[in-house]
Design a protein. Structure first.
Length: 577
């Protein structure tokens, strides 16, 4: 018994004997299925393998995305068995179970499932990624499954205790709405969504109302994934429950609101994790959209060596942050990891001899030993007023969340020129264009040249999953086109995502940063004083040894950390700037 997959592919001339032996060796070494070994090694594609098996064995090939599997069929096979054997039950008629398999020649698996279910097995062929996606969709994690069960229980109840408020009503019965949020099923549903997202490592949860759907999405490693579509009757109770937890006014549905939630979650290891959540509501045409930002302290990396800096860039950054005065600017779009970089820098400098003060909007993480102030524009507590008050608090180091206006920049420059180290952020595309941004805010070039010590541009990209990344065969011409030299293009080995259970079948797991660290040297100061274009400033910086965002990405592609697609998505060629 066992699998004859290799021999079948040999007969189809999709593999030769040498390739088959390579796959067998890989299978034994990594303890994976033969099909997984063949595809991971890039010997043939999933589609080609499935079609070949279909021709040879006469079993139909199916696309699992086109099937709807019912819960009573899913319950026939536990998730751990489906994951172990890479199988998916899809249909049952009387005593026959239709089973999607990557390798239907594996008679041991068929016999095991027949014994477990007491049913006759009718195999069909599906791709490995298709089965991974189906397992994720129908089984999910234990917490995802719990959410589905809760929803099913409420849906199947004859007289549900969930009260629905019609959208057309102008006057909401607040007591009725509060009562609906205190029903056990809604409390459990919302709590389980929070717990599931935290365990998955999501950074955000989106509760999104539409005309005929109420969607819940998570952001994992910077990418959005739909987790569930709830019935419309869940919309008001779920949104109101989140607003109550975050101390928002549930009667106010016309204006944006902000709130916070603190949760303690028991992890699978038994340890308890404390998580802060920042909650934001915005009124849309179909109701309030809620976004929950998960602030997990364990996800905050404060070790500068683990953020993604290249060795040369890190040395320049460390030298700059240990200066007694000057401005250190970190630039990039929202969600590019600027806060993490700034927190890492001030945490490195944090000791009993330093008075460190921060003005943030809002404070995302609390760091012991650092005086952090939360901005409240509505009462006049802005960056400029807070920074001005800091100067009367005998500071050594100050962090300003963002330089949004001339007044804030002007105070920061005066602080830097009078012996203080100031950290802040600006929204620009790269390090060199930050100079032009400051000048456009009516700051004199000589003040920029004298006060700014370092500018760091950054982007976040996804890391390839170590368990399933596969080699990407690109021509030297294609590699040269993205920025490699001719010599590099002939030697560099690049990888692409594949997808496995470890990475939720995305091919990526975790993120890292691309960094462009521009030191304001005497040459750069001369260019700033002469009002040179940002292209010229960047060109001179690269000539002096600066690693650009694109070059940082190319280094990480070469190291097998990320894919070409990720770097192309977040950077442009240096010649195009």
């Amino acid at each position: 018994m066992g699998s004859n997959l290799g021999e079948l592919l040999l007969r189809e001339k999709l593999l030769d004997t040498e390739q088959l032996q390579t796959a067998i060796d890989y299978q034994k070494k990594n303890e994976v299925a033969m099909g997984t070994a063949i595809v991971t090694l890039g010997l043939i594609t999933e589609e080609d393998m499935a079609q070949a098996l279909s021709r040879q064995l006469g079993y139909p090939y199916i696309n699992l995305d086109q099937f709807e599997v019912y819960p009573d069929v899913i319950n026939l096979i536990p998730i751990e068995i489906a994951q172990k054997y890479l199988i998916m039950p899809i249909h049952r008629i009387r005593s026959f179970l239709t089973l999607a398999m990557v390798d239907p020649t594996d008679l041991d698996v068929i016999e095991d499932i027949r014994f477990r279910t007491g049913l006759s097995i009718q195999p069909v062929i599906a791709s490995e990624s298709g089965i991974f996606n189906a397992i994720k969709k129908y089984y999910g994690t234990s917490d995802s499954l719990r959410v589905k069960q809760i929803v099913d229980e409420i849906e199947q109840a004859e007289d549900t205790s969930v009260n629905v408020i019609e959208e057309e009503e102008e006057d909401y019965d607040i007591e009725e709405l509060v009562q609906s949020t205190e029903e056990a099923p809604i409390i459990t549903l919302v709590n389980t969504i929070f717990i599931d997202s935290i365990k998955k490592g999501a950074s955000d949860i989106h509760f999104e109302p539409y005309e005929k759907a109420f969607r819940v999405r998570y952001r994992l490693d910077g990418t959005m994934y739909e987790m569930m579509n709830l019935a419309m009757k869940f919309k008001n109770p779920v949104i109101s429950r989140v607003k109550i937890l975050s101390n928002m006014d549930i009667a106010e549905k016309r204006l944006p609101q902000d709130g916070r939630i603190k949760m303690r979650v028991k992890m699978e290891s038994g340890a308890r994790k404390e998580v802060d959540m920042r909650v934001s509501s915005v009124p849309t045409i179909f109701g309030e959209k809620i976004v929950v930002r998960i602030l997990d302290k364990e996800m905050l990396k404060l070790d500068l060596t683990k953020l993604g800096f290249e060795k040369e860039s890190l040395a320049v950054f460390k030298e700059a942050i240990t200066r007694p005065w000057g401005i250190i600017l970190v630039t990039g779009p929202t969600g590019s990891g600027k806060t993490n970089t700034l927190y890492s820098a001030i945490s490195t400098l944090n000791n009993v001899e330093k008075n460190i003060m921060t003005a943030e909007d809002p404070v995302e993480f609390y760091i012991p030993g650092i005086n952090q102030v939360n901005m409240k524009e509505e009462i006049g507590l802005s960056f400029s007023t807070t920074l001005r008050s800091f100067l009367r608090q005998d500071p050594d180091i100050m962090l300003v969340g963002e330089m949004r206006d001339f007044e804030t920049v002007d105070i920061a420059i005066k602080a830097a020129l009078t012996g203080h180290l100031v950290f802040s952020t600006v929204h620009t595309n790269d390090a060199a264009s930050t100079v032009l941004r400051l000048v456009n805010m009516n700051v004199e070039p000589f003040l920029v040249a004298d006060s700014v010590a370092l500018i760091v541009a950054q982007r976040l990209i996804r890391r390839l999953c170590k368990s399933c990344k596969t080699e990407h065969n690109l021509t030297p011409e294609a590699l040269m086109d993205i920025g490699y030299t001719e010599a590099e293009a002939k030697k560099v080995k690049v990888y692409k995502p594949f997808g496995c259970n470890e990475c939720h079948n995305t091919g990526y797991k975790g993120r890292t940063a691309l960094y462009e660290v521009m030191e304001v040297t005497d040459d750069i100061k001369d260019l700033i004083l002469s009002r040179a274009h940002s292209r010229e400033i960047k060109k001179v910086s690269i000539e002096k040894g600066m690693i650009s965002l694109r070059r940082s990405g190319l280094i990480k592609i070469k190291a097998g950390i990320t894919s070409v697609e990720e770097v192309l998505r977040e950077t442009v060629k240096d010649s195009e700037v």
